[in-house]
Design a protein. Structure first.
Length: 140
């Protein structure tokens, strides 16, 4: 917090929570090509939590909105401060339940299931890379 030395007003930093999820289907993970990326890389589904919803509800909503799938067994994975400018990224794993991939063509331009040998390793500095490493290293 910041405190004004003159009047004592307290200003607390606002945090915008966001979710990211690794969705598994058998021995594959879902990755998507985002419209705002400047590279051809595919990444995990992510999005901001809306007021009034739980983190798990945000995971379900983002997945349904962006790729049209239903998921189950949502489990907390970990979190990472993401100060660009004020986010807290909360990571989850989930399993595919039903549906066919149908991208929104706004945020997501393409999505597909990747096997372990189709994924190139990335730097280990973000929760996205930690989730992908978890998928690559855990075959159960």
């Amino acid at each position: 917090m910041l405190k004004c030395p003159n009047c004592g007003h307290l200003n607390y930093t606002r945090i915008a929570p966001a979710i990211i999820v690794a969705i598994k289907r058998e021995d594959k993970v879902l990755m998507a090509y985002h419209s705002y990326y400047k590279t051809n890389d595919y990444s995990l589904i992510a999005g901001f939590v809306e007021a009034g919803e739980t983190l798990e509800e945000a995971v379900r909503r983002e997945v349904k909105e962006e790729v049209g799938l239903n998921i189950k067994n949502i489990k907390y994975f970990g979190s990472q401060s993401w100060p660009f400018p004020n986010s807290l990224m909360v990571g989850f794993t989930a399993e595919y339940e039903s549906g066919e991939i149908k991208v929104d063509n706004f945020e997501i331009l393409d999505a597909k299931w990747f096997s372990r040998d189709e994924i190139k390793r990335r730097s280990n500095i973000s929760i996205s890379s930690w989730l992908i490493d978890d998928f690559l290293n855990n075959k159960n």
